[in-house]
Ligand binder design. Structure first.
Ligand code: GLU
Length: 497
């Protein structure tokens, strides 16, 4: 690639599975790189492997990228539509003697492999057909013998390229076999198709996972054989799980769309993935998209494998949730509230201001959108059980029944059911009884919400409104009195506010 060449990058996912976080991070790096340099970001779907590619996976890849806000400028281009483009270039290599027809049958290759194994040696194709005379090769072709096409890899020297992340990488050509570039049915194989596509699409920088480095040596050889310049390469280390194994859907690791469904914000996931193995060189952690575009430099991607830390992602998501304007957060949690069947869309529409108020009360405590309906449940339905530890501490206490009833009466008598008035009244009751306000607050919270944690009691009571509050206080008093308290088995982990 020359410095005057416009920046064109691509992401080339194979639709053989869901969009996992590694591919998403590579897409993010390509996207940021393109935006930073006024370049073009191409989406190419590498669906040449017909047995493993599925259109359903193409859809989840596109959905995942769109959800993350990774917009591509060209594509999706399907490699499967481009088969006829590769043949002429294979022909060119055959004519130039940079590739040759290999007539070895699978049985011949198996025999070589077995012989190598018996000799405890690594197997590499013997290059037997490389040394066939032109006449012999032409004769076999005319005879209709099936053949694959192999690249004639130089037998000496080394293949080397400069990598923007890893530095100069080199490999002895003697370690690279004459690999197949086209199958006997004439179809180009993966490494060849990638080179032709990247060349024809004028890709200037190939930014991809470092699991492709072995492919890159082969691709560099193909570029050289075709007389084309290679693009610049940047191989980014793969993301590992905390146990240092590879992140994989099969091991139950979440895909990008799983994170969406679990209530992660796309901007938080994007920010987190971007920082996984890249840092701007200072200690900033939270970036807007524009700041990422401004700061991102692929040369600052670390050489070591980053470890995916779900707790850190959750923390970052909570941070993003707290920063959202409450109205916007209400819009985002709405589908989660609806799918938890807490209420209907029409109800939320008519009570929009009320709903935003509830969202505001829980905004500080919510780390994912999916957590919201769990935390907000009592705003929609009366608790059917009470936290068991809370029951012991706050319900099974002398005076609890009386206090709950007193509170129900006093709150019911308020002209205006406002948080400040609720507070004033409650404090008044406590003073008159010579008790601490907490002796009223804790049982009341448990009666209203079923839990011992949550936003401020008076604010949540005001949001609940008079009738539900009074009914819940009285119902709890009755249950305690009758000694029939439906308690949970769980205990709350959170500290009280
Ligand atoms: N199709 C390859 C993959 O999904 C990417 C190849 C490339 O980026 O060159 O891993």
């Amino acid at each position: 690639m020359t410095s005057a060449q416009p920046v064109r990058v691509r992401i080339a996912p194979s639709p053989t599975g869901y969009l996992h976080v590694g591919t998403a991070r590579t897409a993010i790096y390509n996207y940021l790189f393109a935006r930073r340099r006024d370049g073009t970001f191409v989406l190419r779907i590498e669906d040449t492997d017909r047995d493993r590619s599925q259109s359903e996976f193409v859809q989840v890849i596109l959905d995942g990228l769109r959800w993350l806000g990774i917009e591509w400028d060209e594509g999706p281009i399907h490699q499967a539509d481009r088969f006829e483009l590769y043949g002429p270039h294979i022909q060119t290599l055959l004519e130039k003697g940079r590739a040759y027809r290999c007539y070895c049958t699978p049985a011949d290759l198996d025999a070589e492999r077995l012989a190598a194994r018996a000799a405890k040696a690594d197997w590499q194709y013997s290059r037997r057909c490389r040394h066939l005379s032109r006449a012999e090769s032409a004769h076999r072709e005319a005879d209709g013998q099936p053949f694959s096409v192999r690249l004639a890899v130089p037998e000496t020297g080394e293949t080397c390229f400069r990598d923007l992340v890893a530095g100069t990488l080199r490999r002895h050509n003697s370690d690279i076999e004459d690999f197949v570039i086209a199958r006997s049915d004439g179809r180009a194989l993966y490494n060849f198709a990638v080179v032709v596509d990247d060349h024809l699409m004028q890709i200037s920088h190939v930014i991809r996972g470092n699991d492709h480095i072995t492919n890159t040596y082969k691709q560099v050889l193909i570029y050289a054989a075709l007389g084309w310049d290679s693009p610049a390469f940047a191989h980014v280390p793969l993301i590992l799980r905390p146990d240092k194994s590879k992140v994989s859907k099969r091991k139950g690791d979440a895909s990008v769309t799983d994170y969406r469904d679990r209530g992660y914000l796309p901007e938080a996931l994007l920010n987190y993935l971007c920082l996984l193995g890249w840092s701007p060189g200072d200690d900033r952690e939270i970036f807007t998209r524009d700041e990422l575009i401004e700061a991102f430099d692929v040369r600052r991607v670390a050489g070591a494998n980053p470890i995916f830390d779900p707790a850190k992602l959750e923390w970052m998501n909570g941070d993003y949730i707290r920063r959202l304007p409450t109205g916007e957060l209400a819009r985002r949690v709405e589908p989660f509230v609806l799918s938890a069947n807490l209420t209907t869309a029409a109800d939320l529409e008519t009570r929009r201001d009320w709903f935003c108020g509830v969202v505001g009360l829980l905004q500080e405590r919510c780390k994912t959108l999916a957590e919201f309906p769990v935390l907000a449940r009592y705003f929609f339905v009366a608790p059917d059980t009470y936290d068991s530890r809370g029951v012991t501490k706050h319900f099974r206490r002398p005076g609890a029944v009386e206090r709950l009833r007193e509170l129900a009466g006093a709150w019911d008598a308020l002209t205006d059911f406002r948080a400040d008035l609720l507070e004033e009244t409650t404090q008044g009751l406590a003073e008159a009884a010579g008790a601490k306000t907490a002796a009223y607050i804790h049982p009341a919270r448990l009666a209203l919400t079923g839990t011992t944690t949550g936003p401020g009691l008076y604010e949540l009571a005001a949001a609940l409104d008079r009738a539900p509050c009074v009914a819940r206080l009285r119902r709890a008093a009755e249950a305690i009195e009758a000694d029939r308290i439906p308690a949970t088995l769980e205990t709350s982990k959170e500290k009280k506010p």
